[in-house]
Design a protein around this ligand. Structure first.
Ligand code: HEC
Ligand SMILES: [Cu+2]
Length: 342
């Protein structure tokens, strides 16, 4: 056992020494209770199975390197000697079988215990966030018992540190899978079915997640971030998201708002405080406060926003947003308007 642990910690040390192993997206850098239990189990499996592997290999090497006995034993066949060898072999094989059984049973029992422990958080959730997967982005709704205090964002989940949050998982089209490795294992999102998982973050940070079930052409561009923040900052953020969109502050943005509300954009997007109230695409009420566009495809910047609106199909071919033909002036206005929606 101590040997397994030593091998485990050697692996961990090696892993942490490699750039990219710790940091943004790794099941081996747990930031939440469940991910911690899963990582612990993973290291234990690795350690135990590595020892088993080495023992089997050593046995194989010893057996292969022993000279083969040829012909009759020097002293001639001896019944007592055969019997001794037979007894030793039987003892050895029995110990091996019992050992294998014990290891398998222990690992199974521990997996079960970890599973129970992880599920035990379900009843403790204090907040509820509904995540609907779509080809190829995540709609994120913060449900509140008071409907007017519910709001919607996209491709980013914010949580208060230390508070278990129930994540209700739905899919609109095909099977997707919700996976934020630093916080928890995977849960599938299945059309016509509601699944649930619970997330809790033990420390502040931004943890990258992604769709973990191949769901079509742009599956790889279906990322989401989980941002864990202190409770007071989370509450302040929540209040800011609840406010309707900022009114355009200058002529360019005002002209941009007009274009947005008269072009096709209004058929698919919501901006609270305006007449745009469609839910085909992401809610844009506070789009400029998000770190990325189109589910992690582009980092948020004014230039990328313009590039996306000008030709979303070049940036993320096959996605559900068509090209809307806008004149350069109209595009400039729309970008100025959306960029003011902090
Ligand atoms: C047919 C529906 C449709 C129309 C019309 C449409 N969009 Fe979209 N839009 C979408 C969908 C769907 C996405 C998400 C694409 C993805 O990430 O796969 C999206 C994404 C976006 C995003 C990125 C939001 C984010 O948080 O990632 C912006 C900004 C945007 N649209 C602006 C516009 C503007 C401006 C117009 C009008 C010129 C427009 N859209 C027209 C459906 C539409
Ligand atoms: Cu997906």
């Amino acid at each position: 056992m101590s040997r397994a642990l030593r091998i485990g910690s050697l692996g961990l040390a090696l892993c942490l020494a490699l750039p990219g192993c710790q940091g943004v997206q790794s099941a081996l850098d747990p930031a939440g209770h469940q991910a911690g239990r899963i990582a612990g189990l993973w290291w234990l499996f690795l350690g135990v199975l590595a020892v088993v592997y080495l023992v089997v290999l050593a046995g194989l090497l010893i057996a292969a390197s022993r000279p083969r006995r040829r012909g009759v034993l020097p002293n001639g066949p001896s019944f007592a000697r055969e019997e001794r060898i037979e007894r030793r072999l039987t003892g050895g094989l029995t110990a091996w079988a019992v050992g294998t059984g014990a290891i398998i049973l222990t690992l199974t029992g521990l997996s079960y215990a970890v599973d129970r422990d992880i599920l035990g958080l379900t009843d403790k959730a204090e907040l509820e966030i509904e995540v609907t997967a779509k080809q190829w982005w995540w709609q994120v709704k913060y449900n509140d018992p008071v409907p007017s205090r519910s709001f919607e964002t996209a491709n980013e989940i914010r949580l208060p540190v230390g508070v278990p949050v129930r994540i209700v998982l739905k899919s609109q089209d095909v099977i997707h899978s919700f996976w934020v490795p630093n916080l928890h294992g995977k849960t599938d999102l299945i059309p016509g079915r509601v699944n649930e998982t619970t997330l809790v973050a033990d420390r502040e940070g931004r943890f990258r997640g992604q769709c973990a079930e191949f769901c079509g052409f742009q599956h790889a561009n279906m990322a989401l971030d989980v941002v864990a923040m202190p409770r007071d900052r989370f509450d302040a953020w929540r209040e800011s998201q609840l406010s309707p969109a900022a009114a355009p502050a200058d002529d360019l943005a005002r002209q941009g708002q007009q274009v947005f509300l008269s072009a096709a954009c209004v058929m698919c997007h919501t901006i609270h405080g305006t007449t745009a109230a469609s839910r085909v695409g992401p809610d844009l009420t506070h789009v400029a406060s998000r770190p990325s566009l189109a589910a992690g495809t582009l980092p948020y910047s004014k230039g990328n926003l313009a590039g996306w609106i000008a030709d979303p199909q070049r940036i993320k071919p096959g996605n559900q947003m068509p090209i809307t033909s806008l004149s350069p002036d109209q595009l400039q206005g729309v970008v100025a308007y959306l960029d003011s929606l902090k």
